[in-house]
Design a binder for this molecule. Structure first.
Ligand code: ZN
Length: 180
């Protein structure tokens, strides 16, 4: 499955949604509260088109020893923003940089979703290289980390999806992969 972090971006996320729709694929978007507030229409579109929406904190904050309360406040604030738009509770969180505190799971009734394939898409503007990394590293039940914040990432994600579909893979949301 593909997951896209850091959006929504006003044009790249829309491009990704168009490509996913064409292919009949559902992905998981881990959005920041800050970007969701700026582009509620895109959140609404994700939701209406059957994608899963998760929390990526309000301002893309990294959990450290000293900021537990602020981090928790950001999760709660982002949940509220998303619920306001979609009407649904948010259950999944992708903690920025993977830093997490297990006790949040009970406190907030949220589950962290990390990843198993990281093509470092943000570090390259070379679509071919990103696509090749994704396709060569991906196997069954993998969770691919991408960012819908760069046009190169979106193009590479769609190309990789096409190649993986051709190899016989199917794509599901993180909910289907983790809890089925
Ligand atoms: Zn991120």
């Amino acid at each position: 499955m593909t997951s896209a972090d850091d959006g929504p971006h006003p044009s790249y996320t829309a491009q990704l949604l168009d490509g996913l729709k064409e292919r009949g694929i559902h992905a998981t978007f881990f959005v920041t509260g800050e970007h969701a507030e700026l582009h509620p229409d895109i959140i609404e579109r994700m939701f209406n088109e059957g994608h899963l929406i998760g929390n990526h904190t309000y301002s893309h904050i990294q959990l450290t020893k000293g900021n537990r309360d602020k981090f928790k406040d950001e999760l709660i604030k982002t949940n509220e923003i998303l619920k306001e738009i979609t009407g649904e509770e948010v259950q999944y969180v992708r903690p920025p940089y993977g830093s997490w505190d297990k006790s949040f799971e009970k406190e907030l009734n949220m589950f962290p979703v990390l990843w198993t394939v990281d093509p470092l898409d943000w570090s390259s503007r070379n679509v071919g290289r990103i696509t090749e990394k994704i396709v060569s590293k991906t196997g069954e039940n993998d969770i691919i980390l991408m960012h819908d914040y760069y046009d190169t990432s979106v193009t590479a994600a769609l190309q990789a999806i096409d190649e993986l579909l051709e190899e016989g893979y199917t794509f599901v949301t993180v909910e289907e992969i983790l809890f089925d």
